[in-house]
Write a protein that binds this ligand. Structure first.
Ligand SMILES: [Fe+2]
Length: 389
């Protein structure tokens, strides 16, 4: 048995544990707090609470509240300039995946020269090594991306429309505070999209893993089983703290760990391409829109791997249709949550846009490097067309 693993983030997990922020050995004396502008009173109150807690530890704070869903290279540049002007020496990502991913990119550019895009490792990125970054503390308010425990940041380039990954060991957060009490006010649609995102991180990593590193399968199965059990509960009872806790554990720890061990599939790349070109599409929604057709298309390539993750979803493999149990399990779960068949057209995506999405996903993002199989531009276009509503 061979295992490669590095999961260096200190995790502070559990209901109410944000209160421990001041008692942590924080990695600096002046934080840039990177967060989104929200009209929701509880989000404003949360920012004030964090600033108050830092004050109690004699740590100064400067807030950047300009992060949007699908955070951009422009936002990273603006926030990085603010951090340098203000003398910040570490970054706190406060919010969901967007705020934490932006925090990682800002931290990187606080210590690296040049342009952010020099360091993107696919597409038009310069593929330079990321060797340094200021320390990042993640305070997560969602159960979705796994960025709390993984070495990735996903940023959209406003000039090229690309939504690309940055990856480096220095992008693991130094500390992640995962407090499910901060998640009870998340709206239903975001709760569903983030839970599904976590499910796909786990499943895709298990597919790519091909049963080689046991840790991947252990964390993937653990994550998927809790998403399957608890996401429908939390949709019905948003304040169910046990459910919020188990979803946060699944998404922010187990699925984060699978991603720190191995990469996801091109399902994620195609969905990210949609999000880069059409920024109003939530990440989880873009995954749902193409999932069933994507997994039907790859069933012949990786039947055993798909039947393994199908089993994690509680579906027995079918002898006549090897590899189709995962798509079947997804269809049932999406139906249960009321999100099956989400229309791409609801987000302004026209049938005529599909070839450009396929072209960008296949020719500009290094799709060939991530999968155990090779999808052509024609394959991806077919998946998009069969998914189109
Ligand atoms: Fe994702």
């Amino acid at each position: 048995m061979m295992i490669d693993a590095q999961m260096p983030t200190r995790i502070v997990f559990g209901a109410g544990r944000l209160d421990e922020l001041a008692a942590l050995d924080l990695p600096g004396s002046h934080a840039l707090i990177c967060t989104s502008k929200s009209e929701r009173a509880e989000r404003k109150a949360l920012l004030d609470r964090v600033i108050g807690l830092l004050d109690g530890a004699d740590v100064a704070a400067t807030a950047y509240e300009g992060v949007t869903p699908n955070p951009t290279n422009e936002q990273v540049g603006e926030a990085c300039a603010l951090a340098k002007e203000s003398g910040c020496d570490f970054v706190i990502g406060l919010g969901g995946g967007s705020s934490i991913d932006a925090a990682k990119a800002i931290a990187m550019m606080m210590r690296q020269d040049g342009d952010l895009w020099d360091y993107a490792y696919t597409g038009s990125g310069g593929k330079k090594d990321i060797l340094q970054a200021a320390p990042v503390v993640a305070i997560s308010t969602t159960a979705g991306t796994g960025t709390e425990t993984d070495p990735y940041s996903v940023i959209t380039n406003v000039e090229t429309g690309e939504k690309l990954d940055f990856a480096a060991d220095v992008l693991y957060p130094a500390v992640s505070i995962i407090d499910p009490e901060l998640m009870v006010s998340l709206p239903e649609d975001q709760t569903i999209y983030q839970g599904i995102d976590a499910l796909f991180h786990a499943a895709e990593c298990a597919i790519t893993n091909r049963a080689e590193n046991r840790l991947v399968d252990v964390f993937a199965q653990e994550s998927i089983s809790h998403v399957l059990t608890w996401l429908p509960v939390v949709v019905k009872e948003p304040g169910n703290i046990e459910g919020r806790t188990m979803l946060a554990y699944a998404a922010d720890i187990c699925s984060g760990y699978t991603q720190s061990l191995i990469n996801t599939t091109s399902h994620h790349i195609i969905a990210q391409t949609i999000g880069g070109m059409f920024p109003s599409v939530p990440h989880g929604a873009s995954l749902i829109m193409i999932a069933e057709e994507y997994y039907k298309r790859i069933a012949a390539f990786v039947p055993d791997e798909l039947d393994l993750v199908g089993a994690y979803l509680g579906v027995d493999p079918c002898n006549h249709l090897p590899g189709q149990s995962f798509a079947e399990g997804l269809a049932r779960f999406f139906d249960r949550l009321g999100v099956r068949g989400l229309p791409l057209s609801d987000y302004g995506i026209a049938w005529e846009d599909l070839p450009a999405i396929a072209d960008a996903a296949v020719n500009r993002t290094g799709i060939a490097d991530v999968d155990l199989y090779t999808l052509t531009e024609e394959d991806v276009l077919g998946i998009l067309q069969r998914s189109y509503r």
